[in-house]
Design a protein around this ligand. Sequence first.
Ligand code: ADP
Length: 321
Amino acid sequence: MGRGCKAIYQSGGATSILLKDGMTRAPVVRFKSIKRAAELKFYLEDPNNFDTLSILFNRTSRFAKLQGIKCALAGRNLYIRFKCSTGDAMGMNMVSKGVQNVLDHLQDIFPDMDVISISGNFCADKKATALNWIEGRGKSVVCEAIIKEEVVTKVLKTSVPSLLELNMIKNLAGSAMAGAIGGCNAHAANIVSAIFIATGQDPAQNVESSQCITMIETANEKDVHISVTLPCIEVGTIGGGTQLASQAACLNLLGVKGANSDIPGSNSQCLARVVAGAVLAGELSLMSALAAGHLVKSHMKYNRSCKDILSISPSAGKTAD
Ligand code: ADP
């Protein structure tokens, strides 16, 4: 990733844009008939009812702001996906509290409604889903950089045509062959997981937060245009593990620790953009290593250093091969 950062820096930096920001929770409720389930769906999706529902939802926190409700039926079971802004918190607790308030209200209007679970997996938390990939969850971010041809050669030790061809055959065609959902990338999950652990995020949310498409195209005829698009970066800078000493220190290093009192949400949105930028750097470096056939050699050099392993335990060196 460091090598990718160097290449991006020497080419003039990267640009990131936050496209969406909203956490979701989807309870599942059941009725005796499909007719009643459909009636609740129409009620929830009627724009005339949105104001009442959002007042109830938003009452649970000064940072919770209902953005929308999306419903899906499976027979007489109704899945209701609430989406809301959560300030600088990742927001799962916040959204769950708002949902509970709305469910209590709905129970009065639809007394025959049976709440099966506050989470019905249409959320979808910690599962690879097409829904998250298409709709987004948490922060949806896109990030790009133009890497100069000479930087590709000197820093990344490969060529522009090799990078373009590898991205098409591996990240696009290869992932299509594997039937991937949001897996059109080289190793976004490595970078996302590392930053999540370092900054006190929920590492299990790496499942959807790592969904990413990496595009490598030409720019200025001879240079490389690389971009990563991650629709589900689920991060917060307040709450959860963000208060642990080491994790708080890392957030401080990035200048995004805690709640932003001027513009609530801007700290966590900045962190999501940092994640996307780091993924961009990671993609650039690994793709270059693969294109040049350097992966195994550098792995042996940097990651399997016998010197380091033997200094910890003499027997550990034997398993290093
Ligand atoms: P999560 O919903 O991510 O699990 P919490 O349940 O810990 O997080 O909620 C975040 C808490 O932080 C709430 O009690 C909220 O009132 C408080 N808070 C203070 N400032 C902010 C902010 N800028 N954005 C979000 N939450 C904030």
